[in-house]
Design a protein around this ligand. Structure first.
Ligand SMILES: Nc1ncnc2c1ncn2[C@@H]1O[C@H](COP(=O)(O)OP(=O)(O)O)[C@@H](O)[C@H]1O
Ligand SMILES: [Mg+2]
Length: 244
């Protein structure tokens, strides 16, 4: 599904060049659950922007479903992006003045054809992330964990094949983070391709495969022998809370 070959990215500011990615190569198949790990500043977000077609590499090849993404023009790129990729960010990026429902419907409003069942689809997406009772709330009336779940529902409303998440638990307390990881686990079980960017080993160990970046290159690419189970971790937290 995804093939990266010797991807390079060098930022240029005036006469100063900063090489960030120095030849990244890997493939990801449909249905994989992959964590991209590495210390802060190693280029994880840069790589995620390239994977998500939000930015172009300065070298190398990127093929998505056998389409050469590096040579596409911006319009073709954004069309592919809207159809295939959903994004979740550390900072949620919700519209403050819009309800949860409206936020989730937004990608459909921007789509070429507004579907007649947009409203129902958004309700279904919010119900799937446990927010059936919060649809008419605005972001500032929701906890961080709830806001991130709205963002996940928004990312999934167009039914993208790939979900890209950049430090999705970075702004959350541990229980809310585990809730988010439990949602990803369900999405993976349902066959969605998930690429999770994190600097946190504990988060990465929920994935089935971990790719570690170091100094702009792939330092490690391994399968996780025993992935952590977010659903049972969540059940354990809830148990502890209800214990007298
Ligand atoms: N738009 C940009 N212009 C110049 N340098 C950038 C830009 N974005 C990121 N960088 C630099 O690239 C490096 C990697 O950043 P980033 O991809 O955000 O790392 P990570 O997500 O792993 O923390 C950092 O040194 C950062 O300062
Ligand atoms: Mg980052």
């Amino acid at each position: 599904m995804i093939q990266l070959e010797k991807i390079e990215k060098t930022y240029t500011a005036g006469t100063v060049q900063t090489p960030v990615l120095k030849g990244i190569s890997f493939s990801i198949h449909a249905g994989e659950y992959v964590a991209i790990m590495g210390a802060s500043g190693t280029g994880k977000s840069t790589l995620m922007h390239i994977l998500g077609c939000l930015d172009k590499p300065t070298g190398g090849r990127y093929r998505l479903d056998d389409i050469d993404m590096v040579n596409l023009d911006d319009e073709a790129l954004s069309h592919l992006r809207n159809g295939k990729i959903g994004f979740v960010f550390q900072q949620f990026h919700l519209l403050d003045r819009a309800t949860a429902l409206r936020n989730v419907m937004l990608p459909l409003i921007y789509a070429k054809e507004y579907p007649a069942d947009a409203h129902q689809r958004a309700e279904k997406a919010l119900t799937a992330v446990g927010l059936a009772e919060r649809m008419s709330y605005k972001p500032n009336q929701l906890s961080g964990g709830q806001q991130q779940r709205v963002a996940i529902a928004r990312a999934l409303i167009t039914d993208p094949a790939i979900l890209l998440a950049d430090e999705p638990t970075g702004n959350l307390d541990s229980k809310s983070g585990t809730e988010v990881m439990a949602i990803f686990q369900r999405l993976h079980r349902d066959g969605r391709t998930i690429i999770l960017v994190t600097h946190d080993r504990n988060v990465a160990d929920h994935a089935r495969r971990v790719i570690v970046l170091k100094d702009g290159q792939v330092a490690e690419d391994r399968l996780v022998a025993q992935p952590r189970d977010a659903e049972s971790e969540l059940a354990a937290v809830v148990d502890e809370e209800v214990r007298p």
